[in-house]
Design a protein around this ligand. Structure first.
Ligand SMILES: NC(=O)c1ccc[n+]([C@@H]2O[C@H](COP(=O)([O-])OP(=O)(O)OC[C@H]3O[C@@H](n4cnc5c(N)ncnc54)[C@H](OP(=O)(O)O)[C@@H]3O)[C@@H](O)[C@H]2O)c1
Length: 339
């Protein structure tokens, strides 16, 4: 049973904590918070030991009546690995200033730059490369979404090149200070966006160019893909491949799942915790092949798709499993993800 800590119990951290907690080969030893808010109280009420990420803030937690188990300095020595879920840029500093010195393995999130961490991870494309690694970055929600569908398509038909337009949510549902409220923002305004190069950190050598927009929605990202194939295949072959691919769901407009709003409604109806959708949702009707170029549209639940990948990264880095499909299957089973 491996001991895991979560530094930063926010949007991603609290979900990774729950995903680790339901596995049978790893356990949560502690989670950290800086702010004594409802999330800190919820962590304690769920049974997680809570450590203060900023020791000088201890009085705030005492004043708020939140039970703490110590400061983050008390946590490190109890861990086999820490999953850093702090805001982008802080993780890399933690790696250089703390984790290296403590000799502690660490996983980082997509807000960190690939070059700062040195190794990026996706369960399906390069699990083997994280075997025994000390520091690994799980690629961002958008990159994870691209890899989840491009990898099986590459296996099926080979990919000559990918062009993708990413329609990105303006902020997460709980963030009230980000926008846009009433605009469509080229973001970045330059082409290509950073998403293509990010995919190349885990799908080596893939020819991919992306462009991205921000829109006034909080619930999901949406991607529009054009994929030139090497081999000639039919739409039914692609459907069969995606239907048998783990962490990908084919959903149908015809059955009422006609927008990101109804995709999220579906996730709530199937009883997922927090209404999360760990899988990438591909609209079946959007799949089409013209002159050997495959077109499709997909939706990404940005708050949760990277969560199972964090669990698999722990298994790879701690050499608990060398076969990616076995780790993926175990993570899925314990998290209630079918397929
Ligand atoms: N949200 C997404 O859609 C998404 C998707 C994929 C990847 N990511 C990546 O995941 C990472 C975390 O994002 P998030 O959305 O989960 O952020 P978040 O909701 O803002 O949570 C960040 C957490 O880190 C804590 N924190 C803030 N500053 C800290 C510091 N200086 N030292 C230690 N802890 C600190 C916060 O503590 P307090 O709340 O206690 O102050 C909070 O618990 C980022 O790299 C992000 O790019 C995010």
């Amino acid at each position: 049973m491996k001991s895991v800590g979560i530094n930063g119990y926010g949007t991603i951290g609290k979900r990774v904590a729950d995903a680790v907690d339901c596995q049978d080969d790893m356990k949560i030893v502690g989670v950290t918070k800086r702010t004594p808010d409802f999330e800190a109280k919820m962590a304690v009420s769920k049974g997680y030991d809570l450590y203060i990420a900023a020791p000088e803030r201890e009085k705030l937690f005492n004043d708020a009546g939140i039970e703490i188990s110590g400061t983050i300095d008390d946590l490190y020595d109890q861990l086999d690995i820490i999953v850093d879920c702090t805001p982008g840029g802080i993780g890399a500093k933690n790696m250089d200033n703390i984790y290296r010195e403590k000799g502690l393995k660490a996983i980082f999130q997509g807000g960190e730059k690939h070059d700062a961490i040195g190794k990026s991870f996706n369960s399906f494309t390069n699990f083997e490369d994280a075997q025994g690694a000390d520091y690994v970055r799980v690629v961002s929600c958008n990159t994870t979404g691209l890899c989840r569908t491009l990898n099986p398509i590459d296996e099926l038909a080979g990919i000559k090149k990918v062009r993708a337009v990413m329609v990105r949510r303006g902020s997460d549902p709980g963030q009230i200070k980000s926008g846009p409220i009433n605009a469509i923002v080229p973001n970045p305004p330059t082409v290509p966006s950073h998403h293509g190069p990010d995919v190349q950190t885990v799908m080596y050598g893939l020819n991919i160019i992306t462009m991205a927009l921000l829109v006034p929605t909080t619930i999901m990202h949406q991607h529009n893909l054009m994929v030139e194939l090497k081999d000639s295949v039919g739409v039914d072959d692609v459907i069969d491949k995606l239907e048998s691919t783990s962490r990908v769901l084919l959903l149908e407009t015809e059955k009422g799942i006609d927008s990101t709003a109804t995709v999220m409604e579906y996730a709530r109806d199937i009883g997922r915790p927090r209404g999360d959708l760990f899988e990438i949702a591909v609209w079946k009707e959007s799949l089409n092949i013209v002159d050997n170029e495959l077109f499709y549209m997909q939706a990404i639940h940005q708050e949760s798709d990277v969560v199972p990948e964090n669990v698999d990264a722990i298994r790879a880095m701690l050499e608990m499993e060398s076969d990616p499909s076995k780790s993926i299957e175990k993570t899925n089973r314990n998290m209630g993800i079918s397929g």
